[in-house]
Write a protein that binds this ligand. Sequence first.
Ligand SMILES: NC(=O)c1ccc[n+]([C@@H]2O[C@H](COP(=O)([O-])OP(=O)(O)OC[C@H]3O[C@@H](n4cnc5c(N)ncnc54)[C@H](O)[C@@H]3O)[C@@H](O)[C@H]2O)c1
Length: 186
Amino acid sequence: MSRTPTKIGIIGCGVISGIYIENAKRLEAIECVAVADVNPAAARYRAEQYAIPTACSPGELLADPAIAIVVNLTPHRLHRQVGLQIIEAGKSLYSEKPLTVYRDESQELLAAAAKHGVRVGGAPDTFFGGAWQTARKAIDDGLIGTPFAATATLQGRRAPAEQQRPRSASSPTRATVAGAISRSQL
Ligand SMILES: NC(=O)c1ccc[n+]([C@@H]2O[C@H](COP(=O)([O-])OP(=O)(O)OC[C@H]3O[C@@H](n4cnc5c(N)ncnc54)[C@H](O)[C@@H]3O)[C@@H](O)[C@H]2O)c1
């Protein structure tokens, strides 16, 4: 029995859009039928590169009744704004990480999705990506013996709105976290 793939569109045709379109082509459940960007040349480039039928503006993509899911690959400071536009157009949203910059913005997206009867999904990469899953499997399968220590480093910068505020001693721009785990803790 043949099944009809769900039609998706992509908003944001920058660096990461290439691998999204390539992977979408490998999946039978979805079909990328349109790509959009505020920069028309960026949308045209990806459409030609991957033989996507339509390169258009974000507004035109959101107005296409055939598209059920829209992938938001815009810069993360725009994830709330573009995510809301997608949801309010009646499309389900799949967002690149982070879902939004601030937690309350993500809650706003989820509330809007509930109101419009659509779904929200987010790329689990970074925290649940291949690197960490591989490391976990190496431990679980005993490939590296019994670990007796671990260390981690986290670096970040303040979110855009935070950068407008004066810096205080309690809001460092960079944080480093390191820890060691004893054999009994693993
Ligand atoms: N580059 C990576 O390796 C990578 C990896 C993982 C996740 N990400 C995430 O993916 C997202 C996009 O990253 P990128 O590297 O592709 O960025 P990018 O800057 O290369 O591309 C972003 C695109 O969005 C377009 N855009 C900006 N505002 C828009 C709007 N309002 N409507 C439609 N299009 C708009 C820009 O014109 C640009 O083409 C970010 O959230 C980033 O954190 C990137």
